[in-house]
Design a protein. Structure first.
Length: 291
């Protein structure tokens, strides 16, 4: 029933995430388990992204059940990827009009912007979600109710655990959801900030190290934008075919190395900061209009 055998790994993550949540709730706090659970919560956001592009199952109803599970552990209705990501971000790819644009507030890339971006981006993404729901109300009332049911189920899920034990609910439900939601927006930011949205190959930053093994090859971002319908298991080979076309500055070995270099060392040492490729392009095109 799976579309791709590689998604056995996805099902493994879903099963382990559910199991670890149950163990934590029933048997109490443990730092190793909690750190594992936070990592799994981040992985859930990547699964939600992948499932949105290529549904895991051949069965419509199995996919809808998976949407419900993702809504609960992702912390936001799974359908929202369609208007914010598929229809908007992939269409515009960090150009003007992209609700997840990285240079909305400033062209500068620094720690404060990195930390502010998830909240700013989340705020602006609410409009395409509202517009999408209005469209479904007019065009597909059945699907509208399915989307709305995700909100209802998520509210009931959080409310149930809060009613049972609000302290445990904050620790095991709300915080992991927010960590996942925050992280996936951080990923989007660093994958696009200071790249050139008009370039064929330099529109995205790639992270090609070990983190891909843990997060379903999410670091191969250039090829993902070039071929959004390509299954995550096939992106390493596809990336290898175009890697030489991408600026070396946009192929990073280590995600955490990039974060430390750009947002910690960069505070003190200018050479560790990123440089905006889009501004360099605009200076060449309009030399008199930019500082």
């Amino acid at each position: 029933m799976l579309r791709y055998k590689a998604d056995r790994r996805t099902l493994g993550y879903i099963g382990v995430t559910t199991l670890v949540f149950a163990i934590e709730w029933c048997f109490g706090f443990s730092w190793p388990e909690y750190i594992l659970y936070l990592y799994l919560s981040i992985a859930v956001t990547v699964i939600a992204h992948n499932h949105n592009h290529i549904p895991i199952w051949r069965s419509k109803w199995m996919n809808r059940l998976t949407d419900y599970w993702l809504t609960l552990f992702y912390g936001f209705p799974a359908f929202a990827w369609i208007p914010t990501h598929n229809q908007n971000h992939h269409a515009l790819n960090n150009r003007e009009g992209d609700y997840t644009i990285t240079y909305r507030l400033t062209e500068r890339n620094h720690l404060l912007m990195l930390l502010a971006y998830p909240s700013v981006s989340s705020y602006y993404q609410q409009k395409p979600i509202r517009d999408y729901l209005k469209q479904q109300w007019s065009e597909d009332r059945g699907y509208f109710w399915f989307c709305l049911s995700q909100y209802v189920l998520l509210a009931a899920w959080i409310g149930l655990w809060l009613a049972l034990d609000w302290r445990k609910a904050i620790l095991y439900v709300i915080i992991p959801q927010q960590v996942g939601l925050f992280s996936v927006l951080i990923f989007n930011y660093v994958q696009h900030v200071h790249a050139d949205e008009e370039s064929k190959f330099n529109h995205s930053r790639n992270f090609v190290g070990i983190l891909n093994k843990l997060l379903f090859n999410n670091g191969y971002h250039t090829v993902h934008h070039e071929r959004a319908g390509l299954h995550w298991s096939k992106t390493p080979d596809a990336h290898a075919k175009i890697a030489n076309e991408i600026s070396p500055a946009l192929n990073e070995r280590s995600f955490w190395g990039f974060i430390f270099r750009s947002y910690v060392l960069g505070i003190f040492v200018p050479r560790y900061r990123t440089h905006s490729m889009r501004l360099e392009r605009e200076r060449l095109l309009y030399p008199a209009s930019l500082p």
